[in-house]
Design a protein around this ligand. Structure first.
Ligand code: PLP
Length: 385
């Protein structure tokens, strides 16, 4: 019998122990990897284990989903997908013909491009607005037609901050749902569902897994309402669930999430401060800096740090930025973010002419290397570019 007076462990303790799971057969403290695709039917034709086939559900996936739901305080639970894009697009696929969406001008470019090309084909209109200005969101709402407001905060790659509680108020007043891409915040810094959001999404490929060896995505829902039920159906019917091997690796990573986020965010904050004084850098974009335009809102809705992502704008334009990225030795010149190894990328080369990303911008994903090493490497590259 559990003691009703025992203190509730913190999220950090619960995640470190994968919610305290102990394997009932071996008493192993790590759950086994469940690979079966099909399950024995009972003589009475039922499935008393709750499992029948692996496309809608899998026990290893469920284990990681349990930890993610706990971290996000998700009343409806969490759903893992084969990528962040599979998770995000499941939300938009759940909309009806003729619905209207408001999305950010500054957001993950791959999803923005998908929305711009795929949504019109389903007769769903999308308006892209500056979400750091709640009045812009309010003006874009079409009463009766807007069914979803999508935000991303901090917004990739300028790290603009959107006020989640204010966006929720505006969306709900219009009868719309609020969904938040919280990839760059992680559930350690921000829990959008507690601020009024209906759905939170992460590319779990990033800090949640954190080791650059799994592609995955997750949705967590505030309430198991009909919209959430439709997303569950879309995942199982469309076969978008994460594979068990990837879920196993993700579960292993979630046990150290608190430590990685703390170290990587502290490193990013320190580098942002040091780069602000660098003669070859014109701007540092990081919501943790007191003079950043998003700082006041970020300080309200982020705790324990401001994230592991920052961008710098290099004096001398695109050519100087690209030359800097070419000269680093310790930073890895690669796309993606959130891994334990630090990455640098010239985003305008990736995002193309429609992007709000300035041509002199380098995006930095800060890993767990020594901050002095990271600074020295980029400082040398900036000075020789
Ligand atoms: N959201 C953000 C903020 C991202 O950075 C990315 C990928 O870079 C995605 C969503 C898409 O995730 P995935 O690559 O796992 O499909």
């Amino acid at each position: 019998m559990s003691d009703p007076n025992a203190p509730t462990p913190s999220k950090r303790s619960l995640a470190a122990q994968a919610l305290g799971h102990v394997d009932p057969v071996t008493r192993g403290v790590v759950a086994p990897l469940h690979v079966a695709t099909t399950f024995l039917r009972d003589p009475d034709n039922g499935y008393s284990s709750g499992f029948s086939y692996a496309r809608p559900d899998n026990a290893t996936v469920r284990e990681a989903e349990g930890v993610l739901a706990m971290l996000e305080e998700a009343g409806a639970g969490a759903l893992l997908f084969g990528s962040g894009m599979a998770a995000a697009t499941a939300v938009f696929t759940a909309l009806e013909l003729g619905d209207h969406v408001v999305a950010p001008r500054v957001m993950y470019w791959g999803l923005k491009r998908w929305l711009a090309t795929e949504m019109p084909r389903r007769q769903i209109a999308v308006d892209f607005v500056d979400m750091d200005d709640p009045a812009s969101l309010e003006r874009a709402i079409r009463p009766g037609a807007t069914k979803l407001v999508w935000i991303e905060t901090p917004g990739n790659p300028l790290w603009t901050i959107t006020d989640i509680a204010e966006a929720a108020r505006i969306a709900h007043a219009a009868g719309a749902r609020l969904a938040v891409d919280s990839t760059a915040a992680s559930p350690i810094h921000t829990r959008p569902l507690t601020l009024g959001a209906d759905i939170v999404m992460h590319s779990a490929t990033k800090i949640l897994n954190g080791h650059s060896d799994v592609v995955a995505g997750v949705l967590a829902g505030a309430a198991a309402d009909p919209f959430w039920a439709r997303i569950v159906t879309i995942r199982s019917g469309g076969g978008a669930i994460l594979g068990p091997f990837e879920a196993y690796l993700l579960m292993r990573s979630l046990r150290t999430l608190h430590l990685r986020v703390a170290a990587q965010s502290a490193g990013a904050a320190e580098l942002a401060r040091r780069f602000q004084a660098h003669p070859r850098i014109s701007h540092v974009l990081y919501p943790g800096l007191p003079d950043d335009p998003g700082h006041a809102v970020a300080a309200r809705q982020m705790e324990g740090g401001f994230g592991f992502m920052l961008s710098i704008r290099v004096e001398g334009g695109a050519a100087a930025a690209i030359a800097t990225a070419a000269r680093v030795r310790l930073w890895k010149r690669a796309t993606s973010l959130g891994g334990v190894e630090s990455l640098i990328e010239h985003r305008a080369s990736v995002e193309g002419p429609d992007s709000p990303c300035p041509p002199d911008l380098l995006r930095l994903s800060v890993g767990i290397e020594a901050v002095d090493d990271l600074f020295a490497d980029l400082d040398a590259a900036l000075r020789s570019a």
